[in-house]
Design a protein around this ligand. Sequence first.
Ligand code: CP
Length: 306
Amino acid sequence: MSWHRKHLLTLEDLTREEILHVLDTAESFKEVSTRSIKKVPALRGKVVANLFFEPSTRTRISFGLAAKRLSADTIDFVSAGSSTVKGETFKDTSKNIEAMGIDIAVLRHTAPGAPKMLSECIDARVVNAGDGPHEHPTQGLLDIFTIREEKGKVEGLNVLFVGDITHSRVARSNIWGLKKLGASVGVVGPATLIPKKIEELGVKVYYDLDEVIGEFDVINLLRIQLERQRQNLFPSIREYSRLFGINGERMKRAKPDVVIMHPGPINRGVEITPEVADGANSVILKQVTNGLAVRMAVLYLVSGIK
Ligand code: CP
């Protein structure tokens, strides 16, 4: 198929065929990172601006490296230390950076919908790198890429998300993508962290992890996002870990070949113990490696270069 989208804003927008096209393009870019000279000229002469208005380690570095591997020039903007602290608006900052001549803007922002708004006020192509609790489409794509690599397929798999579903852009993007590719998706967590009407997305809701853990091929653990919670939504971190944390004991109830995922950053000892995070079933660092190939694919496809 050929790619026609100027922006990547959500996985809700993408068709099954478009998602598969990104994954297949990422397969070919993954090989580039195994070469002694890890670079291709695909985006030579283009400028990619990383605009990060919210903290990030993986996504910011991954997009920066992906752009460099494609031979693009890069601008790395982080709001702390910029003129936003003097009162410049998000729109003015973005338009000023665009005036320096950028082709693709990669945006992380605390506000849901900020990438869509940016796409409507600048001419450059826009990629959503996480907008508040709304979506994180490249994380969804890299998670699905990793599942396909580990299991050889996505269709027919049972995938479980554990924890703070309400505040998770990662869960939302994954749910859109996985459902389009034919996976069954479940969510489990405290009732206060499961959004109302999530069943309308075709997701099964559970409240007891031990009862259902053995049914799943993939378990994706979500970070408890204390920074997005405005009230105490469960009694204590200790209580949360006891009921929903994955530890060695709980792993005995899971399928022996279950794939354990986490988008990072991990709260070790809260949603996952070190023995599981660093254990044989964990693909957490493979997700990070695959993120680079997926982001190379996304930057290349939205650039419009054939
Ligand atoms: N997974 C993820 O988005 O991590 P960062 O917040 O470090 O980018």
